[in-house]
Ligand binder design. Sequence first.
Ligand code: ARG
Length: 246
Amino acid sequence: ILVLSACGDDGDGGGEYGLVQDGTLTVCSDVPYPPFEFEDADAPSGYSGFDMDLLQAIADNLDLEMTVEVVGFDPLQSGTVLASGQCDIGASAMTITEERMANLDFSDPYYDSLQSLLVPVDSGVTSIDDITGTVGVQQGTTGEAFANENLPEGASPEAYPGDAELWTALQAGNIDAILQDFPVNDEHAQADEGYEIVDSFETDEQYGFAFAKDEKTELLEAVNEQLSALREDGTYDEIYDRYFSV
Ligand code: ARG
C-alpha cells in the first residue's frame, strides 16, 4: 500500500499542500474577465465568477481561506507569475495548451470554450472573412494566436492587456472587432444591444487551473479530487447554472 504521508503538515489545514501561506489558497487571476472573474464585494474573497466560485468551493472543502491577487494575463499564462511563488494557483479562464504545459502544470479541464468575433451591429460584418481594419485581441491569449493565423488580408490584430481595455477600445471605435473567448464576448453582447457576435470558431479549448511546473503536485491532486467531487455532488452544475444558460 502506498501511503501518501502528510509530511510537513502542521495541522492547520494547508501545510501539506506547500502553500505560499499556510491555511490560505492564494489565487492569481487577470480580472475583470466576466463571467469567469470579476470583483464582487459580497463574495468572501471579494471576487465572483465561474472560476472564482469553483475555487471558493474547493477552498471551502479543503478548509482553506481563499485570497485573490490580480495580475496580468500574459505573465500568468507564460508561467512567470506562478514560478515566482506569488500564488499557489492561477485561475484565469486559461486554455490548456501544449505550449503552456512547458512552463505550467494544469488541473483537469473544467470548462469547454471556443473563440468568437464581436462587432457593432451596424458594421456590415457577417463573418471573419468580411473583416477589414483592426481586430482587438488580448495579449498572450489563444484568441491572439487564432487572429494571427486566421484574419483575412486587410485586417490586422491589435493586442490589448485585458478585456476591459478591449471593450473600451471597441466602444470608442478604435478597433473594429474583438476576437476572444465566446462567453466573454457574449457577456458584452448581452449587456449592450449595439454589439453582436457574428462568427464563432470551434477551437476545442478547455480551461484548466494552472500551477508552477512541478512545484505543487499535492495541491494539484487535491484540486483534481475536489473538481470531481464537485461534479459528483451537483455543486459544479449549480455554479455553472449561475453563469451560463445551458
Ligand atoms: N482562454 C484564453 C486563453 O487561455 C483567454 C483567457 C483570458 N483570461 C483572462 N482572465 N483574461 O488564452
